[in-house]
Structures are given as structure tokens and as C-alpha cells.
Write a protein that binds this ligand. Sequence first.
Ligand code: SAM
Length: 259
Amino acid sequence: MKTGSLTIVGTGIQLAGHLTLAAKAWIEQADKVLFALADPVTAKWLKGLNATAEALPYNKHNQRRRDTYREMTERILLEVRQGLNVCAVFYGHPGVFADPAHAAIQQAHCEGFRAQMLPGISAEDCLFADLGVDPGKNGCQSFEATDFLIRRRKFDPTSALILWQIAMIGNLGFYEPGSHRKGLKILAEVLEKDYDADHEVVVYEAAVYYPVCSPVINRIPLSKLPEAKVTEVSTLYIPPTAMSPIEHEMMASLGIDNW
Ligand SMILES: C[S@@+](CC[C@H](N)C(=O)[O-])C[C@H]1O[C@@H](n2cnc3c(N)ncnc32)[C@H](O)[C@@H]1O
């Protein structure tokens, strides 16, 4: 195994409070820390844990985010190739909607370096807690919003549905406030094929600066989604329509007489 290694960790969503003890230890011990974080306060706090901490390049001149992510991956690998033990820090869970994190691990392995990812607390984990949703109850489907639309993802309305990046529908570049109205309108039209227009949906934002701020939990009828206040960090939660019916033949095959 070559010298040089990569450990990818997540900060969680909430400033400082969501960082696991393991992630903190890897950050403190790293020769080099690189980070991609959503807020400047967490970035400053990270520099207090390890003075080498430096922001990953986030080049908004590219037409596509995908190219910027490639540059971030390359920047991480540059440090690993120098024989350093690198810790790359992403917000939330570092493996949830984080292409450069997965790409960097894959590339490091290909080049013969030790590489691992540690789990973190994602926005979805916060949603389960703040909205009182247990994915074990009706199941839970989770999609990136543009992917959901362009692949016409098959889903079950009797199960919970979570759509990520609703402010970026159809946008392969970078977030621009107010640019999401068209995407939300199309999303609402597609959802209205499976849900009533007055079905309650939730535009959700977990609190980053808890306990100073509370989460945003905006409950609206589906028909009002196109006008809803949505930001770069909004996630859409769509509760199940009704309990899925039970197939009694299957219960009998499994030897269950009461559910
Ligand atoms: C690039 S993904 C990053 C996800 C992050 N790695 C995680 O584990 O949650 C960005 C999307 O995550 C969701 N997200 C990020 N921060 C959030 C927050 N504070 N509350 C709710 N959703 C959030 C939104 O759907 C946003 O568009």
C-alpha cells in the first residue's frame, strides 16, 4: 500500500453538534484537511480543529456542476498523491448526494491508496426527526428531483416520498435564487397525476444553527408548490396517501394471522 491515505467524513447538518467523535478525530489528526461546506461559520470552526483546513475549489465558471465536482476530486487526489493523510470534509453525510466524495474514494483505491468514508447525519436523518417520520412504517422513497422527473421514476404514493434539490430542477449549473419556479411547476404537474391537488406536502429545511434557529417546516397543498418559498437547501417531503392494502394470501404463506 502506498503512503498517503484518504478519509472522507461529514459534519452533519447542524453546526458542530452533528459531528461524530470518529469524524472529529480524523479531522484533528489529518496532515491536510480539505472541505466543501455549505456555511462559512462551520468552515471557520473546522479551521479551529485543524489549521491546515482549506476549502475545496468551487468553480462556478463551469457550465456544469459535474465539471466543478471533477476539479474537487482532482484537488483531493493531488494531496493524497503527495503521501499525505488527507481528510476531506463534506456537509451532511459525505456519501449522500456528494459525487466528488464517492469519486475521490474510487480514484484513491484505483491508484492503490487506503481510502474510507465515515457516515454522517444527512438532511434526510434530520427530516425523520423533525417531521416525525419513521421510514419503517410505510417505507420511504428518496430521489434527486431532476432525476425523478427525467427518468419518470416509478414510485408508490402509499409510501413516503422525499425529493432532494428541488431548487435545482433542470439546472445542471449553479443555484440562482428565483430560477426554480419553472421546475417546481413541472414537478407539481407530474405529482398531481398521483396525488390530489390539496394533498399536503412539506418544504423542509433542517436547522443549521440550532438552537438559535428552528427548522423550516412549510406545510402546503401540492397545488401551491410552484409559489412556495424554496432555497438551495430545501427538501420536499410528500406523506403517503393511504395505507397500502395487505395481501391476505401472502400473510397466510408467511404464517402471519395478525398484522
Ligand atoms: C448536494 S445535496 C447535499 C446533501 C448532504 N450531503 C446531506 O447529507 O444531507 C444538497 C441537497 O441536500 C438537501 N439539504 C441540504 N441541506 C439541507 C437542510 N439544511 N435541510 C433540508 N435539506 C437539506 C437539499 O435537498 C439540497 O438541495
